[in-house]
Design a protein around this ligand. Structure first.
Ligand code: URA
Ligand code: CA
Length: 433
């Protein structure tokens, strides 16, 4: 088999066989096939697309390029949740204990954040003592005993994806549905769960800027998952404005605690229930989605979800007293208000711009090596659709420096106040096939 023939075949719009896709991915991972041929192949895929069968084969070839996580020692149906990324997305912190409180195993491998705000691990590390450097055995034991544990990224998962993604980044081939879908799904499948709930974001703060594009990506990922034997479904949710009120690591932990008490921001609670009910249903712990949602609400009402969060913190070396005393979380030195400059209605809170403002404060990483400040961030006091009077605080800036003029300027540029605003939509669609 010669790579040049496979490139020509795809260039001419034909379907690659399973063997051909395996040859291409194996050869590239081992270094036998050079970057320039793979660049040409990616561009051919970009223009000619791939069939559902090719997409599933490409995904599995990437899964098989490295190690995979075996979760079979954990009892029950393991359901993972994955978000395509957003600003102030606190859902994982809420959903993990919420779902575990219903005896559904949550075995989460997580990364650190790059960009806008921290990742789930960064957020959890704002709890004194909390650590994710646990052994594989300890991880499995914790999930079996307590239904919940988080471990840092271990092993050499999907090396083919790492190489391909870096190459796509510099050859204008990131934005291709088959390539994005196989990239994301290969990592989820290698991480070992039985079922996957995807939160595909759309809007300014998301990878997919339009609802149509988000739907297409969701269909592609759901189809891959189901074709390779992992039950998969997707919720398409809004990321034109940040989710909830808090953006920043310890602020989001506090927001998650509020949500687990049933006192979180409305949009965050609504999205957590929408994702959570799919997780409970896929885990076969409810007869219907309505039943699943009722069960989730019940563990919020009776305090079991909050208890589960404390148990989880304790198990991984953290101080569970932060749940009842959130003032024990890292606190910023200065709280600075951002006053509205006119009367009106908030028409836009551009998510990615607001994420950048939080990053200026030190809440996110510009490069993998950057240190982040767990205490700083933003609290949105108004969301899209809220009426404001001149002088009302739009945002409370939690900073560890006194002068935040750069952050204020960025925020003013990203918040639009008008005479009226369309009611924001939170959930656009549910994709199950
Ligand atoms: N995120 C990924 O993991 N892969 C892509 O291709 C795009 C976004
Ligand atoms: Ca939030």
């Amino acid at each position: 088999m010669r790579m040049v023939d496979l490139i020509a075949k795809k260039r001419d719009g034909k379907e690659l066989t399973t063997e051909e896709i395996n040859f291409f991915i194996d050869g590239y991972t081992k270094g036998d096939i050079p970057d320039y041929q793979v660049s040409a192949m990616n561009m051919a895929i970009y223009f000619q697309d791939m069939s559902d069968r090719e997409r599933a084969d490409l995904t599995m070839a990437m899964v098989n390029s490295g190690e995979t996580i075996d979760l079979s020692a954990i009892e029950g149906i393991k359901v993972d949740k994955h978000s395509t990324g957003g600003v102030g997305d606190t859902t994982t912190l809420v959903l993990a204990p919420l779902v575990a409180a219903l005896d559904i195993p949550v075995a989460k491998m997580s990364g650190r954040g790059l960009g806008h705000t921290g990742g789930t691990i960064d957020k959890l590390e704002s709890i004194e003592g909390f650590h994710v450097e646990i052994s594989k055995d300890e991880f499995v034991n914790l999930v079996n005993q307590h239904k919940i544990a988080v471990i840092g990224q271990t092993g050499n998962l999907t090396p083919a994806d790492k190489k391909l993604y870096a190459l796509r980044d510099v050859t204008a081939t990131v934005n291709s549905i088959p390539l994005i879908a196989s990239s994301i799904m290969s990592k989820k499948i290698a991480a070992g769960s039985d079922a996957i709930v995807l939160d595909v974001k759309t809007g300014a703060g998301a990878f997919m800027k339009t609802v149509e594009d988000a739907k297409e990506l969701a269909h592609a990922m759901v189809s891959i998952g189901n074709n390779v034997g992992r039950k998969t479904m997707a919720v398409i949710s809004d990321m034109s404005q940040p989710l909830g009120a808090a953006i920043g690591n310890s602020l989001e932990v506090q927001e998650a605690i509020d949500a687990l008490r049933g006192q979180g921001p409305k949009d965050l609670e609504e999205l957590c229930l929408a994702l959570g009910r799919q997780m409970v249903y896929l885990a076969q712990k409810a007869d219907s989605l309505e039943d699943a949602e009722e069960k989730l609400k019940e563990v919020i009402r009776n305090g079991k979800a909050l208890e589960k969060f404390k148990e989880f913190i304790q198990n991984q070396g953290g101080d569970p007293s932060v749940v009842d005393h959130p003032d024990r979380l890292p606190k910023a030195q200065y709280l600075i208000e951002l006053p509205a400059q006119q009367d009106g209605v908030v028409a836009e809170l551009v998510a990615d711009e607001i994420g950048t403002a939080a990053m200026l404060l030190g809440a996110g990483r510009a490069t993998k090596e950057s240190e982040i400040d767990l205490a700083v961030g933003l609290m949105l006091n108004k969301k899209v659709g809220d009426a404001v009077k001149k002088g009302d605080s739009l945002v409370t800036i939690h900073a560890n420096r006194e002068n935040v003029d750069d952050v204020k300027q960025k925020l003013y540029e990203s918040i639009r106040i008008a005479d009226h605003a369309d009611a924001p939509v939170l959930i656009y669609d549910i994709v199950t096939e």
